[in-house]
Design a protein around this ligand. Structure first.
Ligand code: FKS
Ligand code: ZN
Length: 382
């Protein structure tokens, strides 16, 4: 597929009402019964996310119970069912090929083979790195597994466990199943991924991420004939992995609204002057915001990002959806309210693009369902 009649030819894509109406008219539809059948969004979910259930996270010099825990996905699923967002389906199996389009094969092999090697080396705890190839050191993959894990880590908080690789593969399959739907039967879909992905680079894990689900999907859209994909990262943390994967390319525009890395993880990337390089120059935009940002400031950044998406004219939008921008999030510093999530879901709908939502972060576990589903209902009912 491609220019020769690809399903991604934008002129052939109807908006969600099936015709060409202006944004405001589409919004004013509201909940009119006539459009009832459109007020749903398909979710892809697998209970296998629970296979990644670490006991430890390195936080403040202690080993604590991980913030990124199985209950998160279950609360989101519960709220999806409660509001009747739409069907929930289990993922297809896609194998490694789509993953290897954006990740280094030796890195993927490391993730796959890690656990038995870690145990065989006599390590008794979960997989955590202790030495990384920092300034002045050689960038070579060591033979020893304790060295290897440091080579492939971009941060040291995230534990690898016996079930991590299975859960990570399932998470990518969840994303790719939703991606395939957006390309065919559905216009938009939600991938309820866990573990998340946006910190994973081509060859590094960390920040709770292993395989970059949204990057795998963006590449899959291109491989299936899309010419341009816009990735919008609204998680509280900068999507360093997604940025670095597409930094020198113009076929994926990456934009991220996040806590200023001077004060927030991942600390070493996500500044406003990172605009892309080479062919990718001008296709990367960061919106680092100061502590305490509420919807007035955050929403202004979103509108700017939306204008850039419109100017770019992508075939499809992929949203890295983290709800750790919530005022009650325990590890973040923005002040979005639960209602604000609905408001920005509606703003995203105004782009009138086929949209793939991919779950990233959010650690106010009791509210994660309401906040996530508010974005999705704001999107479908506007
Ligand atoms: C707590 C410090 C936490 C790591 C933060 C990782 C954030 C992950 C995320 C994702 F979407 F990937 F899950 N530092 N003591 O929310 O961006
Ligand atoms: Zn986050």
């Amino acid at each position: 597929m491609g220019a020769d009649g690809s399903r991604w030819c934008r002129r052939l894509l109807p908006d969600r009402a099936g015709n060409d109406r202006p944004v405001e008219a589409a919004r004013s539809r509201g909940n009119h019964a006539r459009f009832q059948e459109e007020l749903t969004l398909l979710t892809v979910f697998s209970p296998e996310h629970k296979l990644h259930d670490a006991k430890t996270e390195l936080s403040g010099g202690e080993l604590v119970a991980p913030y990124e825990c199985p209950a998160r996905a279950e609360y989101v699923l519960k709220q999806i069912r409660q509001v009747g967002l739409g069907d929930v389906v289990t993922p297809e199996v896609f194998g490694l090929d789509p993953i290897l389009r954006v990740h280094d094969p030796r890195y993927v092999e490391f993730l796959r083979d890690f656990w038995p090697q870690w145990r065989a080396a006599g390590n008794r705890g979960e997989g955590l790195p202790s030495v990384m190839p920092t300034r002045g050191m050689r960038q070579r993959v060591p033979q020893n597994i304790n060295g290897k894990i440091g080579y492939y880590a971009m941060a040291a908080e995230t534990a690898i466990t016996a079930g991590t690789w299975s859960a990570v593969q399932t998470s990518a399959n969840v994303a790719l199943t939703a991606q395939a739907m957006v390309g065919t039967e559905k216009t938009s879909a939600f991938a309820l991924c866990r573990p998340p992905g946006h910190h994973a680079t081509g060859d590094q894990y960390g920040g709770y991420c292993f395989i970059n689900n949204v990057a795998v999907c963006a590449q899959a859209f291109l491989d299936q004939g899309a010419e341009r994909v816009a990735v919008l990262d609204v998680d509280f943390h900068h999507g360093n992995g997604t940025q670095s994967i597409f930094y020198e390319r113009s076929d994926v525009m990456f934009q991220s609204i996040h806590g200023d890395p001077q004060y927030a993880f991942p600390y070493f990337l996500g500044f406003a002057d990172e605009m892309g390089a080479g062919a990718g120059e001008g296709f990367n935009h960061n919106y680092p915001l100061a502590p305490g940002a509420a919807f007035d400031v955050w929403g202004a950044a979103l509108l700017e990002a939306c204008q850039k998406i419109e100017a770019y004219g992508p075939d499809v939008l992929a949203v890295s959806l983290g709800v750790d921008t919530f005022e009650g999030d325990p590890i973040s510093f923005f002040r979005l309210t639960s209602d604000d999530f609905k408001r920005y879901g509606a703003i995203l709908a105004g782009l009138k693009l086929p949209t793939l939502f991919v779950m990233e972060g959010g650690y106010a576990v009791r509210e994660i369902g309401v906040n996530t589903v508010n974005v999705l209902t704001g999107f479908v009912s506007s």
